[in-house]
Design a protein around this ligand. Structure first.
Ligand code: ADP
Length: 621
């Protein structure tokens, strides 16, 4: 028997699990049982689809055997099993990048962190929370040899040949001091009921039962085996039979979360296509929501047989926060995972499910606004992602998103914004490119405030990209206030004359600024500030350009801003009459640079800015 080392990350993980995640040690059982259930799913799938496995006798079950005296528990399954390589690879290394992700997410807060265990599925090692020795005896289906894997969770592991009559895996835990409380049949029953009641296979518990003997007048111990879960695919039952508790319990089993879900949608479709879907919205957005390698949370079943849970195509990306189940009556069982993506039945289920989820969300929004606000706090962003990825449902998505605005406390809907439009208002205006505090004080908003026109404050990073692609809400145009066309909307007769008056000054400023601006214009949108920068109709804002560069975007054309000058501002009026070219020169730059600063764009050369500022100041004092 040779000693092998754990991969470094396993050691790190074991340390963390054993030393900091003590708040819910009972989850070890949920994790081991769900591994057993996964192993059964995998073998069931093979026996139904692969000829080589069809002749196997498959009796799916999970057995817990308790020895209260020796403080040991075995968890056995009749599933797919593991051979020598599998044991070394699966139980000695961390194969999934998700687990590395998990390690980087740990906060040190035990409650939060133990929640993460489930989300990232680092399950098996949780056994070392309660055991100081773990033995795994396994035999892979369709193979003869069996192997024993042994570890104390500290000094690596050993693998040696072993005996096992049939395929499957037996995990034996030798409980440590903390684990002893689980060497108790009541306790085990309770934990299984809590987390694993809906596991689709029967779970049996074998233990010494105390029974009262009337004739002998004393209680005797008797070894018994009892089924301790209900093993039903509860999503197949009708809604009226199910209680909230049933849903919450299933959610916890399939998502590995502690908290109750925010809400759920259970649908049974009958007719040309038959399928059941049950979708849960987690109360908190999953930790890996914004990572490219997020773990999808919807499991695909075909006639109650588990097929896959890593199919990213099952739901569109923007709904990746959903957890749940799709169970189809029409798909063939041996549908290959690659073909799934192009499968017509699945595609129709997906399209119908998306529509259903979106309409259910609309119902929540109108019937329970408070709950919907909670949803928005967690999921506004993914829903907005849908606006540029799901054209077919764009209209519904526009109803579902919420925005901040100059006229609403908290979140508001586009429908409400439209309702509040003033007579003659030519569009719905919005500002992007910064945090809401900064956006609210932008000079670009001055004229809207003065004319009492509402402006949406879009302060999410993705807003500029999302809204640039949306021309209209219903029949109303959506316009960014920093785009030149929004300025046109605000023009009135008086503005035209002012433009003419300003011409000589504009020429001078343009000359002074040279290539740094695209143009210098008289502004129609400023009230209190002397200047602002705006971008061309099809160009990203200055702030966005800067962010794209910071993110390493290459080959971005060098887009220059248009500088707009407020004809009514005192500084501008004075400059109009100024004969001093050096002063006009300095002022030109100061007008541009202050406008950039307010937009949140850092200056290329703060040194020259300060020199200019000081020159002008020293003249003034
Ligand atoms: P996860 O289940 O999230 O992949 P685990 O650490 O719990 O992570 O398990 C690692 C791997 O070990 C599993 O992916 C599976 O391949 C294998 N494994 C664990 N338990 C069993 C079992 N009872 N039968 C077969 N394979 C198992």
């Amino acid at each position: 028997m040779s000693k092998r080392e754990f991969q470094t990350e396993v050691n790190q993980l074991l340390q963390l699990i054993v030393h900091s995640l003590y708040s819910h040690p009972e989850i070890f059982l949920r994790e081991l049982v769900s591994n057993a259930s996964d192993a059964l799913d995998k073998l069931k799938y093979l026996t139904l689809t692969e000829d080589a496995y069809k002749s196997l006798v498959f009796e799916p079950r999970i057995d817990l055997e308790l020895d209260e005296e020796k403080h040991t528990l075995t968890i056995s399954d009749t599933g797919i099993g593991m051979n020598e390589e599998d044991l070394a690879a699966n139980l000695g290394t961390i194969a999934r990048s998700g687990t590395k992700n998990f390690l980087s997410h740990l906060s040190g807060d035990a409650k939060r962190d133990s929640n993460l265990i489930g989300q990232f599925g680092v399950g098996f090692y949780s056994a070392f929370m309660v055991a100081d020795r773990v033995e795994v005896v396994s035999r892979k289906a369709a193979e003869e040899a069996a192997w024993r894997w042994v570890s104390d969770g500290k000094n690596g592991f050993e693998i040696e040949p072993a005996e096992r009559a049939t395929a499957g895996t037996t995990v034996t835990l030798f409980f440590n001091e903390d684990g002893k409380e689980y060497a108790n049949s009541w306790k085990l029953r309770e934990i299984i009921k809590k987390y694993s009641n809906h596991i689709a296979f029967p779970i049996f518990l074998t233990y010494d039962k105390s029974e009262w003997d009337e004739t002998e007048k004393k209680s005797n111990k008797k070894r018994v085996t009892e089924q301790i879960n209900s093993a039903s695919a509860m999503w197949k039952r009708s809604k009226s039979e199910l209680k909230d508790e049933d849903y919450k319990e299933l959610y916890k089993t399939i998502s590995g979360n502690w908290e109750d879900p925010m809400f759920w949608f259970h649908t049974k479709a009958e007719g040309t296509m038959e399928y059941t879907t049950l979708f849960f919205v987690p109360s908190k957005a999953p930790m890996d929501l914004y990572q490219a390698d997020y773990k999808p949370g919807v499991k695909l079943y075909v006639r109650r047989v588990f097929i896959t849970d890593d199919q990213k195509e099952l739901m569109p990306g923007y709904l990746r926060f959903l957890r749940g189940i799709v169970d189809s009556e029409d798909l063939p069982l041996n549908v290959s995972r690659e073909i799934l993506q192009q499968n017509k039945v699945l595609l129709s289920i997906k399209n119908a499910s998306v529509k259903k989820v979106l309409s259910e969300l609309q119902t929540v929004a109108s019937n329970n606004p408070e709950q919907y606000t909670k949803f928005i706090e967690e999921y506004n962003r993914p829903v907005k992602e849908g606006l540029y990825s799901d054209w077919a449902n764009r209209e519904t998505l526009l109803e579902l998103i919420r925005v901040k605005s100059t006229k609403a406390e908290g979140w508001t809907s586009l429908a409400d914004v439209k309702q509040r439009m003033k007579e003659g208002q030519k569009g719905i205006y919005y500002i992007t490119g910064g945090r809401s505090a900064q956006l609210s004080t932008s000079p670009l908003l001055e004229i809207y405030k003065r004319r009492d026109i509402e402006v949406l404050i879009l302060d999410d990073e993705i807003d500029e990209i999302v809204f640039a692609g949306i021309d209209k809400y219903k029949d109303v145009e959506l316009k960014a206030v920093n785009k030149s066309s929004a300025g046109e909307d605000l023009k009135d007769e008086a503005d035209k004359d002012k433009g003419d008056e300003l011409k000589p000054l504009l020429e001078k400023l343009k000359k002074a600024l040279g290539d740094s601006v695209k143009d210098v214009k008289a502004s129609t949108r400023l009230a209190d500030s002397p200047s602002c920068v705006v971008s061309g109709e099809e160009e990203p804002s200055m702030k966005m350009q800067q962010m794209l560069r910071a993110m390493g975007q290459k080959g971005l054309p060098d887009m220059k801003p248009v500088l707009e000058i407020n004809p009514d501002h005192e500084i501008v009026k004075k400059l109009l009459g100024a004969g001093d070219d050096a002063l006009v020169d300095d002022s030109a730059w100061l007008l541009l640079e202050q406008a950039l600063l307010i937009e949140g764009v850092p200056l290329e050369n703060p040194g020259t800015f300060v020199q200019r500022l000081n020159r002008v100041l020293s003249r003034a004092v």
